[in-house]
Design a protein around this ligand. Structure first.
Ligand code: GLU
Ligand code: ZN
Length: 314
């Protein structure tokens, strides 16, 4: 049975912004919101919001409503009802059950310690060594892992170009549901992007390492793969991604224009006549948006010169 759709039928362009409510919106998340929004609007597309409130220990009370207030104060408008991942357990359970039927999944009882003792380091932390692959554990306290496919996963990112990933070697069998019953980000995103009919994903390059896992799941579930554009992410002075964890300053809802202009400049979309008011900002930004101008780096500090394609990656 296909994943049931939320909302109306197919559109040519359906994009989304999918924040995790682990803290208020900051300049780094504004860059991703703005990039996905302008790309959707300039394609006459639909733009949706999804609240990724799936991982209870990481969620901060009040953060989801703070994010929504901030988006509104900055002039974002979204189409259709917000999807809350905390209410989508049944859909994730169904997808996991389908994958289990096709024997793409196995139960894993390894502790974090077991794994770090035996694993080598891959693209996103330790690569699970496959210890439980043949055990067929029945424990109710097991995690579920997806067998990484043997064939490489390849896709062409609209900005980063061709990406090829050997999942088995670089990332290993990944978790679909943790031992505490929480569904993984990888599974939830794939199920929800399909349910919301997302055709174009524009998000930060910090998630580029997740995309091959998501494509592998889409294939296993018989879902269409959307197109991807992974934007540069804003780095702090130490070279780390600006994030709620690094306590990036929240946006100032009382004065939204400076942050929006900074985000446009960071994305290489500015010109010599920036608008003076929020209401002038949106038509200007929509007219200005051109993915060809995006700098191709994956991460940069705010005041890096934003000459397009001045850095290239293999
Ligand atoms: N919720 C994820 C985050 O805040 C983004 C998910 C996505 O865009 O796929 O990092
Ligand atoms: Zn295991």
């Amino acid at each position: 049975m296909p994943i049931s759709r939320i909302g109306p039928g197919p559109a040519l362009y359906r994009g989304r912004f999918a924040p995790s409510p682990t803290g208020p919106l900051h300049l780094g998340s504004l860059v991703a919101a703005l990039g996905s929004y302008l790309d959707a609007r300039t394609h006459n597309g639909i733009w949706l919001l999804r609240m990724e409130d799936i991982d209870p220990p990481r969620i901060q009370p009040g953060a989801a409503s703070a994010i929504l207030r901030s988006l509104e104060a900055h002039g974002f408008t979204w189409d259709e009802a917000i999807v809350w991942q905390s209410q989508r357990q049944a859909a994730y359970a169904e997808a996991l059950a389908r994958l289990r039927q096709t024997e793409r999944v196995y139960a894993c009882t390894c502790s974090r310690k077991d794994i770090s003792r035996n694993a080598r380091l891959g693209a996103d932390g330790p690569v699970y060594p496959g210890t439980c692959r043949r055990h067929q554990h029945q424990s109710p306290h097991a995690a579920f892992r997806f067998f990484a496919p043997n064939a490489p996963i390849a896709f062409t990112d609209r900005l980063q170009g061709r990406v090829v990933c050997d999942l088995g070697r670089d990332l290993g069998d990944f978790v679909l549901r943790r031992a505490d019953g929480v569904y993984s980000y990888q599974l939830a995103v794939v199920v929800d992007d399909a349910a919301q009919g997302i055709t174009h994903i524009v998000r930060g390059s910090d998630l580029l390492v997740s995309t091959p896992r998501q494509i592998a799941l889409q294939k296993a579930l018989g879902l269409t793969t959307p197109t991807y554009l992974h934007l540069p992410v804003l780095l702090d002075a130490a070279g780390d991604k600006l994030s709620k964890q690094t306590l990036a300053a929240p946006l100032n809802n009382a004065d939204p224009l400076p942050a929006l202009l900074m985000a446009m400049r960071f994305l290489g979309q500015s010109d010599s006549h920036p608008p003076a008011t929020l209401s002038e900002f949106w038509p200007w930004a929509t007219a200005r948006w051109s993915p060809h101008r995006l700098p191709r780096w994956r991460g940069a500090p705010l005041h890096a010169p934003t000459t397009p394609h001045s850095l290239s990656y293999p």
